[in-house]
Design a protein around this ligand. Structure first.
Ligand code: NAD
Length: 387
């Protein structure tokens, strides 16, 4: 894909302030390829802390704003105002900030979950479409190159007919009530800030999106979910959940979402079982994909190698053997967000029609999945038709 030289997209941030968990990776990913330039921000709930953080990042003091409403209004008056904004605040604010940014005519990169309900997600989708704006959602792990290899292998029939999808994102970091000390965890277990779920939305939606990328032809027909609060004070929000799913082609799936898998680091794994072979990807070894043909020795495919499908080498920056990680995966996604935005502005290079990135539909589908899981779990774990 050839790159035309063009000016970076003028970009602002809401949230992601000093000490936040996810702000740094947004900046590092967006700025990696000079596709975005950070020119404004409302980084923090605390106006003065946010302002001084923006100045430390190199912003003009006047463009490091006390709150996002002021940023949108002031930037909207400038001929060189921001063209896109990233939202890296707690979940309860995503809907209103995203809506306001779209109403100001800005492209948006929003943290997951996009919002709390499918109704809200549809409203954002309608607004983005009416204004002709891009909304990207940071399912960052999907930017790993071996996900593209897995997608191409399924598309090319290397696995045969898909039968079983085995998904998990089950870490152990919240096996004890760490929220008593840690503010980044505290809001995650409070429905006012986190929404209708904790681990389903916080971690489960990541492998769900990856499965949508690898298996675009599979549509969920029905599911059942049970959820638990092993740390009792987290109720009604769950710190562990198990979901079973049936797809409309007869394939089945299970999804384990957890923050209490004691001893596990990330534990995000995606295993796809077909009639001929299986593949397995683990986010703690993201440069490898296990390819297991029935009756043959296991093959470990490595990132950046010539034997991969071309789609899996499009984002290659340095060649095989050099380990890449989450920062590169996010940078790949931000580069695709920039391509989509530039395409929207008539500035993109040729050949990006097949660009695969988590957009507004990915955001909506994540919210839909959580909503269905909660509907099932709250009726005692019954099968529900996917709505
Ligand atoms: P955090 O609590 O560590 O940081 C939140 C930041 O937002 C803080 O700087 C806070 O001051 C700021 N903030 C809060 N309300 C604000 C407002 N109204 N205006 C401006 N700033 C505001 O949270 P976090 O862990 O960084 O999570 C933020 C979001 O990112 C959440 O939605 C979370 O689900 C998501 N997240 C996504 C991933 C991923 O892999 N995509 C990973 C971690 C977190």
């Amino acid at each position: 894909m050839s790159e035309k030289k063009r000016k970076p997209i003028r970009w602002g941030m809401v949230g992601g302030g000093r000490g936040s968990q996810i702000g740094y990776i947004h900046r590092s990913a967006a700025l990696r390829d000079d596709t975005f330039a950070l020119v404004a921000g409302a980084f923090d709930l605390d106006p003065e802390r946010g302002r001084s953080f923006g100045v430390d990042l190199g912003l003009d003091r006047g463009r490091s704003y006390p709150d996002y409403q002021t940023m949108l209004a002031e930037e909207g008056k400038r001929p060189d105002g921001i063209e896109a904004v990233s939202i890296a605040t707690p979940n309860n604010t995503h809907f209103s900030i995203c809506k306001a940014a779209l109403e100001y005519g800005l492209h948006v990169v929003c943290e997951k979950p996009l919002c709390f309900t499918v109704t809200e997600a549809k409203e954002l989708k309608a607004l983005a479409e009416a204004r002709g704006l891009i909304v990207g959602v940071t399912y960052g792990y999907a930017g790993h190159q071996m996900i593209e290899q897995a997608r191409a292998m399924v598309k090319n029939g290397d696995l045969g007919e898909i039968r079983i999808v085995n998904l998990q994102f089950a870490h152990g970091f919240h096996s004890a009530p760490v929220e008593e000390q840690n503010p980044s965890t505290r809001w995650r277990v409070d429905p006012k800030f986190a929404g209708p779920s904790y681990v389903l939305g916080d971690v489960g939606t990541h492998p769900i999106y990856i499965s949508e990328v690898i298996l675009p032809h599979l549509k969920i027909k029905r599911l059942m979910c049970v959820r638990q609060s092993f740390v009792k004070s987290r109720a009604p929000l769950e710190d562990n959940a198990i979901t079973l799913m049936e797809y409309d082609n007869g394939a089945v799936a299970n999804v384990w979402s957890s923050a209490v898998n004691a001893g596990s680091m990330h534990g995000q794994k995606v295993r796809i079982v077909g009639s001929k072979a299986s593949i397995e990807w683990w986010d703690e070894r993201p440069n490898q994909l296990s390819y297991e043909i029935q009756g043959e020795p296991v093959r470990i495919l490595e990132r950046g190698m010539d034997y991969l499908y071309p789609e899996a080498r499009l984002d290659d920056r340095i060649g095989g053997g050099h380990p890449e990680g989450l920062f590169e995966a996010w940078a790949n996604l931000y580069r695709r967000f920039a391509l989509a935005i530039n395409d929207n502005r008539g500035l993109a290079p040729e050949g990006i029609e097949n660009l695969c990135f988590p957009g507004i539909d990915a955001g909506l589908e994540g919210v839909r999945w959580v909503e269905n899981c909660v509907r099932s779990a709250d009726q005692g774990g019954i099968w529900v038709d996917y709505g």
